[in-house]
Design a protein around this ligand. Structure first.
Ligand code: 48F
Length: 261
């Protein structure tokens, strides 16, 4: 068989545009491909929902690859082992009761693989720069290529519509900050604004991450570190149980809403 460059190019262009076109109106649009966004996407897609996930960087996985300070192991507490089991990620007890470790490369690559195999359409190198609001509810996202953003080119974006949007952008809580700026005082936080992430307190942070995983503006949910940054929870460092459970919780909450629409 003779390899033809044009066949290769056509195959890539056709398949990519097929994917892009079939995701202009997903059920759920997730912003951020870290652990919380990937887990959320997996559970939503596994339940049969159409999910598009946008990740600014070339690689998916956010802050999970590097473990703690680039020691590529993560810690997961007993209460979140069910999520590791669901994904088939191996773990070992670490000597202190209730604490387990997992290889961060295995954990990150498995979350990514399982999310994609469940049906999540991942758009990497794509940044979410704005939202669509009609009139008091998020109805979609405004997206552009990350290289356009990084190089400061003056290129107009495209838009996608989705009844539910998940901000899984981590510490930067980028989507919620757009809403905070464009609809002042409208967030469902105590102050109507982003409360801001507090200093490290792992125990408190892990339980608050779950409490803070909820709707913050009609149609807009927060998960993972974005949940704590939005509602004023502390950071937790390289323990990841809260991230995994938060992704699962946001998926379950949105599935209920989708069923009742
Ligand atoms: O930061 P990240 O891993 O978020 P997470 O799922 O997990 C947090 C942990 O990694 C760690 C922690 C746990 O103890 O504190 O930090 O809450 O992943 C967020 C992803 O969102 C992408 C970003 O590149 C990263 O991969 N992202 C951020 N803003 C945008 C974005 C944006 N505007 N558009 C697209 N992607």
């Amino acid at each position: 068989m003779e390899i033809n460059e044009i066949v290769i190019s056509r195959a890539i262009v056709e398949r990519f545009f097929e994917k892009l076109l079939s995701n202009l109106e997903p059920d759920v649009a997730i912003v951020g491909g870290g652990p919380s966004g990937l887990v959320a996407g997996y559970y939503l897609a596994r339940a049969g929902r159409k999910v598009a996930l946008y990740e600014r960087k070339l690689s998916i996985g956010g802050g999970m690859w590097g473990g703690g300070m680039m020691f590529n192991e993560i810690v997961v507490q007993q209460g979140a082992l069910s999520v590791l089991d669901e994904f088939g990620i191996s773990y070992r007890p670490c000597g202190e009761e209730g604490y387990y470790t997992a290889d961060s490369v295995e954990a990150t690559s498995t979350l990514t693989s399982m999310a994609v195999k469940a049906g999540v359409s991942v758009f990497n190198c794509v940044s979410v720069e704005d939202v669509m609001i009609r009139p008091d509810r998020i109805v979609g996202l405004v997206i552009n290529w990350s290289p356009v953003e990084m190089s400061g080119l003056h290129v107009d974006p495209l838009a996608v519509r989705a009844p539910f949007v998940v901000d899984a952008t981590g510490h930067a809580v980028e989507v919620v900050r757009v809403v905070e700026k464009k609809v002042p005082g409208a967030l469902m936080t105590g102050s109507g604004k982003v409360e801001g992430e507090k200093s490290m307190w792992s125990n408190r942070a892990e339980s608050l991450t779950l409490e803070n995983t909820r709707e913050v503006y009609p149609g807009l949910y927060v998960t993972g570190m974005a949940a704590n940054a939005t509602f004023g929870g502390p950071r937790m460092g390289a323990i990841f149980g809260g991230m995994l459970l938060s992704g699962q919780k946001v998926a379950n909450d949105i599935l209920v809403k989708l069923e009742n629409r």
